[in-house]
Design a protein around this ligand. Structure first.
Ligand SMILES: C[S@@+](CC[C@H](N)C(=O)[O-])C[C@H]1O[C@@H](n2cnc3c(N)ncnc32)[C@H](O)[C@@H]1O
Length: 258
């Protein structure tokens, strides 16, 4: 029997930034057209987070799947360039953390150099232990990284305002796209919370609807037609085109997506 390599492999995407390929899930961690570009568009721009940053004193973000740590680094960069950065707690979870050597191979471009990511990410991966790990990264950014499965993770200790839903696709990472998962994310979110994901699959949107989220379609990043933005309160979705949550919920319950 062929064995699956334990560590994912670093590979370049088309914007020059690196991603990882996981043999365990047989999937890349990011869009091959650009890891940094995709993350900026999906989680920071389309989610509305970038517009929100200057207006808030405190924000709590939960990321499903820490992976390379790229979203943390982008957030650190945006905060360091802000005139009045809010305090941010960035909660994340990772069942299969990479080793230090792999993290030393990350290249997210020189533009992010001033975040210190080339040293910071290997240091984080060197220090983490199973369970909750806290890192005070500067005066306003704290990382709360749970090493273990989402299913074992305690809820964040503050309501979350943004969810970066970034597991592998529903086909290979099914357990993170269920109604139970979205119900749980909804239960620890603030009333103003939004959830962003690169995924546009009807089954995923239906699971969000069953989990109590209001769900909308948004233009996809880098050659993808659509992505999904969901919210606790429909007003947060503005003029985006909504899915029919009731219809999707019925279809999910009928087993249309099994
Ligand atoms: C698409 S990658 C995340 C990409 C990451 N946000 C980044 O920017 O590099 C999905 C991540 O979810 C992790 N993962 C998969 N199933 C998990 C589970 N049940 N609990 C916690 N982490 C999980 C994988 O190990 C992988 O690192």
């Amino acid at each position: 029997m062929e064995s699956v390599p334990d560590q994912p492999i670093v590979s370049k995407t088309k914007d020059g930034s690196t991603t990882l390929y996981s043999a365990r899930f047989d999937q890349h961690y990011h869009n091959p057209n650009g890891a940094v570009s995709e993350s900026r568009i999906v989680f920071f721009e389309t989610s509305g987070l970038l517009d929100d940053l200057p207006q808030k004193e405190q924000l709590n973000i939960f990321e499903m799947g820490f992976g390379t740590g790229l979203n943390l680094i982008l957030l650190k960069d945006y905060l360091e360039k802000s005139v009045h950065p809010p305090r941010v707690t960035f909660y994340s979870v990772e069942a299969f953390p990479v080793d230090v050597l792999t993290a030393q191979g990350f290249d997210f471009g020189d533009e992010l150099n001033q975040t210190g990511y080339r040293e910071l990410l290997p240091q984080i991966f060197e220090k983490v232990k199973p369970g909750l790990n806290t890192f005070h990264l500067n005066d306003y950014l704290t990382l709360q990284l749970f090493i273990g499965r989402f299913e074992e993770m305690p809820d964040p200790d503050q309501p979350t305002h943004y969810i970066f839903h970034d597991p592998f696709s529903p086909e290979v990472n099914e357990e993170l796209w269920t109604p139970d998962v979205f119900t749980r994310l909804h239960s620890f979110s603030a009333k103003s919370a939004k959830l962003a994901t690169y995924c546009a699959a009807s089954k995923a949107r239906a699971a969000m609807a069953v989990g109590g989220w209001k769900v909308a379609k948004a233009p996809g990043a880098l050659g993808k037609r659509e992505m999904t933005l969901a919210a606790v309160d429909e007003k947060a979705l503005g003029s985006l085109k909504r899915v029919n949550e009731q219809r999707l919920t019925e279809r999910y319950r009928k087993g249309d997506f099994d």
